[in-house]
Design a protein around this ligand. Structure first.
Ligand SMILES: [Zn+2]
Ligand SMILES: [Zn+2]
Length: 164
């Protein structure tokens, strides 16, 4: 867990405490989050989870936007309870009032698409081109046969691969 992130969470809490003139219980902070979400606030557990990969790639924006965004969810929950909308007016009030940020719902990081290798298979049909997944290609190597629906011939690996 990077110290910078931790201290930023703390700073967000201190801002909220100064604004609302009351203490807020500090959350547990975890760095175990994968996939496309930058952060998640677990309201019942008072837990924040952040995505280490997206933090590495967008550190500045992460500290400026994502940390206050998620902290604001927990603050809103402590102030207004569990009946409010996640990105409703209470949360927006905190974003605008405490953090002076536009209350954007989404974390807009460009998540790079994972590149995958396709294995090109052909049959006698003109311009045939079947892009097999690695898994399917492995099945063929293990003896499985796939037929072209048109010519009913076995699809044969061309030796070519393609990155998609
Ligand atoms: Zn949110
Ligand atoms: Zn064919």
């Amino acid at each position: 867990m990077p110290e910078l992130l931790k201290s930023h969470v703390e700073a967000c809490y201190q801002k909220a405490e100064a604004f609302f003139k009351r203490p807020f219980k500090r959350p547990s902070v975890s760095f175990k989050l994968r996939g496309q979400k930058a952060g998640v606030a677990h309201l019942q557990e008072n837990l924040l989870r952040f995505n280490p990969k997206l933090y590495q790639e967008n550190r500045e924006d992460f500290l400026r936007q994502t940390v206050p965004h998620e902290v604001a969810h927990l603050i809103a929950h402590q102030l207004f309870g569990s009946k409010i909308q996640p990105h409703g007016e209470e949360w927006q009030l905190i974003m605008r009032g405490v953090y002076e940020l536009p209350p954007n719902r989404c974390h807009t990081y460009a998540v790079e698409r994972r590149q995958v290798t396709r294995y090109i298979y052909r049959c006698p049909c003109p311009q045939s081109d079947f892009a097999f997944t690695a898994q399917r290609h492995r099945m063929v190597v293990q003896g499985r046969r796939y037929l072209c629906r048109r010519c009913r011939q076995t699809l044969v690996f061309s030796g070519e691969t393609r990155i998609e």
